[in-house]
Design a protein around this ligand. Structure first.
Ligand SMILES: NC(=O)C1=CN([C@@H]2O[C@H](COP(=O)(O)OP(=O)(O)OC[C@H]3O[C@@H](n4cnc5c(N)ncnc54)[C@H](OP(=O)(O)O)[C@@H]3O)[C@@H](O)[C@H]2O)C=CC1
Ligand SMILES: Nc1nc(=O)c2c([nH]1)NC[C@@H]1CN(c3ccc(C(=O)N[C@@H](CCC(=O)O)C(=O)O)cc3)C=[N+]21
Ligand SMILES: [Mg+2]
Length: 291
């Protein structure tokens, strides 16, 4: 039986509509729009597209969105100074520093400098620590998007075995925390995991966040499992062009799973939608004076 396709593009429109209403209410109450500042260092073409999309998406829900593009040669201290200026700016509610940063810049030094109250990526150690302590504040966008897709699938998480492949601070670890908070039994796999296929076959919920095109094959999946594919991999399409594929061999796995997210049109659009939601959340917390 073919799996149900979890349409992230459509669900993201719903989330954006929710945010748009929230922004209208925020403006009525506080007389200003929530503000998102996106920082891009360097000229990676994919990052340019993504950051422009983030700026556009924030404007579409009525927020102030602004993109700062700095040359790859920008000194670390100058990037830091920009972050500090935005930290001090009352009209800025959210700050996102697009990753990866150029090699000459220490990523951690920049990310740690972002005011935790404006950290709409949820990457600051304060926010990561609060999530791990069961007191979530600003939570990473991609994991929030994954959880909303699982809610759409109506998969019972309590007592389910969730296997997360990947242990990054951006996706793997925080999505594992959110699944744990929903009372799933969570296993985190990574590059040193032995017999990944057999482990994944135990999963009722399988989240792939690896960055290896179509690593997860049909024989990794228990019949009826729900599969969330976070991977975004650009590969040769054979006709001189490239195409996007996930970390899951979609056609094969769709024959076995009960539900699956496509790439594109799955987790990606949800990430952007939750970035907007996090900006609204941060704006409310700041305006109410709780942070
Ligand atoms: N859709 C979206 O919104 C987003 C998509 N992405 C995409 O998701 C993917 C993962 O991103 P991210 O978490 O940042 O990536 P990272 O490279 O930071 O982490 C990848 C993880 O996968 C593990 N891994 C690598 N190879 C294997 C393997 N052969 N078997 C098992 N585990 C393996 C690594 O293990 P180890 O720790 O041992 O090295 C690591 O934990 C990428 O394709 C990225 O583009 C990322 C963010 C948002
Ligand atoms: N500070 C920071 N925060 C991030 O959240 C962050 C980051 N840096 N660096 C890069 C990764 C990757 N990421 C994506 C977001 C949306 C899509 C997305 O919208 N994808 C569309 C397709 C886009 C296309 O066609 O290229 C989709 O899957 O349908 C993809 C990838 C966020 N990241
Ligand atoms: Mg670097």
């Amino acid at each position: 039986m073919a799996a149900r396709i979890l349409d992230g593009k459509k669900l993201a429109e719903t989330v954006r509509a929710e945010v748009r209403e929230g922004v209208t209410a925020f403006k009525a109450k506080y007389g200003r729009a929530p503000g998102l500042e996106v920082i891009l260092v360097g000229d990676d073409p994919a990052s340019q597209v993504y950051t422009r999309n983030k700026e556009k998406a924030s404007n579409e829900v009525g927020m102030r969105g602004h993109l700062h593009v700095l040359p790859a040669s920008t000194p670390e201290d100058d990037v830091l100074a920009l972050v500090q200026r935005l930290n001090a700016d009352e009209a800025t509610d959210g700050i996102l520093v697009q990753l990866p940063l150029p090699k000459s810049i220490r990523e951690q030094r920049i990310l740690d400098a972002v005011d935790p109250a404006k950290d709409v990526d949820g990457f600051h150690p304060i926010n990561a620590g609060l999530l791990a302590s069961g007191r979530p504040r600003l939570v990473p966008c991609t994991p929030l998007g994954c959880m909303r897709l699982l809610a759409l699938a109506e998969v019972p998480l309590k007592g389910a075995h969730a296997v997360v492949v990947g242990r990054s601070n951006i996706v793997g670890k925080p999505v594992a925390q959110l699944l744990l908070a929903e009372h799933a039994t969570v296993t985190i796999a990574h590059s040193r995991t032995k017999d990944l296929a057999a482990l994944c076959r135990e999963a009722d919920v399988l989240v792939a966040a690896v960055g290896k095109a179509e690593l997860v094959r049909g024989n990794f999946v228990k019949p009826g499992a729900v599969v969330i594919d976070v991977g975004i991999n650009r590969v040769d399409a054979g006709n001189g062009k490239t195409k996007l594929v996930g970390d899951v061999a979609y056609a094969e796995v769709a024959e076995i799973a009960s539900a699956i997210t496509p790439v594109p049109g799955g987790v990606g659009p949800m990430t952007i939608a939750y970035l907007l939601q996090n900006t609204l959340t941060a704006a409310h917390a700041r305006a109410a004076g709780s942070t």
